[in-house]
Write a protein that binds this ligand. Sequence first.
Ligand SMILES: [Zn+2]
Length: 408
Amino acid sequence: LRYLCLFFVLFQTHAHGASSETARVMLETIPKNTQIQGAFRVTCLMKSENQPLRPISCQRNHQRSQASEPKKNKHAAVQFRNSRFTVVESPSGVQFRIGNGRTLIGFHGEAFRFEGQFLWQGRKVKKLDLLPSAGASQWIVHLPLEEYLQGVLGGEVPASWPMAALKAQAVASRTYFLWKQDLKHRYYDVRSDHLDQVFRIHKKPSPSIVKAIQSTKGLFLHSPLTRSIFPAFFHADCGGDTATEHSVWRHPASENQPIQDRFCQSAKRNAWKRTLPVAEIQERLKATMILPRGAKLNAVIPRGQSGQRAHHVDFLFNNNIIKTLSANDFRERLGYGKIKSTRFKVVKKDDHFVFEGQGYGHGVGLCQWGAKRWAVMGKNFRQILAHYYPAAQLKKRRASTFPSVAER
Ligand SMILES: [Zn+2]
């Protein structure tokens, strides 16, 4: 059974990986009931275990329709020509409402695909999936890879940064996407928030960003070790030294090596300070560890090599109770925005702990502010990439072929 499954996974991966130049981006911050305008057709889709969405016949929940029935595609529900609708999502399906709020047509189902030429969220879109839900519906936009990268660079770095830094980011972002696409989520490749790469759907690309992407077209980072795509992680500011995947996420192997970025260590811009009540920290820790009744937190001690980021954090309670968390887990529990990096010192003042640190982000791979600094100093994007990803090789992908899992 194990071999059968493996074969199945490889086959799936190859089929998708070898052909796809498209990014499927899951958008996190789309409000309910958005408008869609243009010419498009709607297909009803079905979710199925470990597979992409599959077309099925649609079930209508409203009779009246001005739309024509498509003849070619038997799965397509309706075809709209130059129409403007509000798309109303509900747990049971989707409805199209016209200007006066009247529902024109609706469908039962768990997923829908819009295809054509239309405007949505201020962007011209050709393909869009909707997975409605009572809470946050999932919208997945399908975009050509290079167009997706424009929205990523717009969300990740200022367009005014030097060209070498923008190009380095373009290669890192392209590589990260290809690596993530190889990992294969069923319905989408990447999220549009900081858990993958920040992607702004509205953002019109600046000329400098378009240039950075075009001039590095096809370039990606290759791992000689795994003979596949390099895990090109990046972060805002390393604070002085970068981290490995193992130290942050406990990945069994780390392809990203720790490197020094001395000027990030002394930069005033990335210094942070946070004062948190003892009670708040203790409350957050309770969710992770079993504490005896009456336990009182006396000290928070980051542990690691002197002058570098913490590997783990010790918590000293009364009655000689000592508990430990990995430094990254501690950041996660307290909030990534509050404990901005794992490079910090702590002092206790009355019933508060005062955290003072350097840097922002997980610290693995390319340091964006460091890359900017290197670019200002006259380094080109190849030198910047070689600095932050010493184990990776820069390669050019032949059109629509790049290593997939099956070819490794
Ligand atoms: Zn740095």
